[in-house]
Design a protein around this ligand. Structure first.
Ligand code: SAH
Length: 251
């Protein structure tokens, strides 16, 4: 897919404040990597660029957000490899190339393409909060839902430490979406069920786009992209993927 345009307003006051707080944290806290983590991120982004996974705003965000701060310190050295990593509770953080591609697809939605940002976002599956931090840099507003209390708490700690200010974390079953903040310009899920839940489609704004894994017609999982147009829903299938299962209820 061709790269979508860069955001028209890349330097929002909230983003600047958050960046200043991150810079301050970086000056005073050892990375635990023994290497310059910014340089490791730049190398990760260079690989993603070479592969064509992602687009300019996504690469900018990935160059900023310290992925190693969202995983166990024992895994920090692997944080900038293109690999998924365990985050506890039997869950995993997706590999950077998959995250980059899913965010790029969101940018190809009608509203995102026109505005250069992801608008109001619903994320299902906060996990450790890494993707939430990227979304916060790319969107006006982020609502993120997690069904595992331990992960919801960990994500809150990680995002607070990184001074990610404008994301709202909910401990709830994301199958129902979050109607009070709907409609959403972008909806993204990091866990896949048999199909995309009806509630998510209902909560998608006109001009909005949803990207989520779901069961493939022939077995396995595939990324599903749904656009809401004035005429209704338009659905297409992307690449084969392997995400953790979408489960109901909270634990
Ligand atoms: N993007 C996350 C990836 C987390 S893995 C990150 O950056 O870390 C997917 C997450 O989806 C898991 O944490 C899992 O607990 C969560 N999940 C699965 N079913 C869910 C549901 N019904 N509602 C909310 N979260 C769910």
């Amino acid at each position: 897919m061709s790269a979508p345009p860069r955001p028209k307003e890349p330097l929002r006051p909230q983003a600047l404040l958050a960046q200043a707080a991150r810079d301050a944290a970086r000056r005073h806290t050892p990375t635990g990597l023994g290497l310059d983590s910014a340089a490791m991120r730049q190398r990760m982004v260079a690989r993603l660029r070479a592969e064509g996974a992602g687009c300019e705003p996504v690469w900018q965000a990935m160059a900023e957000v310290p992925r190693h701060r969202f995983v166990d310190s024992a895994l920090a050295a692997q944080a900038y490899e293109d690999t998924s990593l365990p985050i506890g509770f039997g869950q995993t953080i997706s590999k950077p190339s998959v995250v980059a591609r899913m965010l790029e697809w969101l940018f190809l939605g009608t509203t995102a393409r026109a505005s250069g940002h992801l608008g109001r976002v619903l994320e299902i599956g906060t996990g450790c909060g890494y993707q939430t931090a990227l979304l916060a840099a790319l969107a006006r507003q982020v609502v993120s839902i997690e069904r595992v209390q331990g992960l919801h708490d960990a994500a809150r700690r990680h995002l607070t430490a990184q001074a990610v200010l404008h994301s709202r974390l909910l401990y709830a079953d994301g199958m129902a979406g979050h109607a009070p903040s709907a409609p959403y310009d972008s909806i993204i899920a990091a866990a896949g069920g048999d199909d995309v839940p009806e509630a998510w489609l209902t909560q998608l704004a006109v001009g909005g786009r949803l990207v989520a894994p779901a069961r493939a017609p022939g077995g396995g999982q595939v990324l599903v992209v749904v656009d809401r147009t004035a005429e209704g829903l338009r659905r297409s299938l992307g690449e084969a993927v392997q995400f953790v299962p979408l489960k109901s209820g909270r634990i």
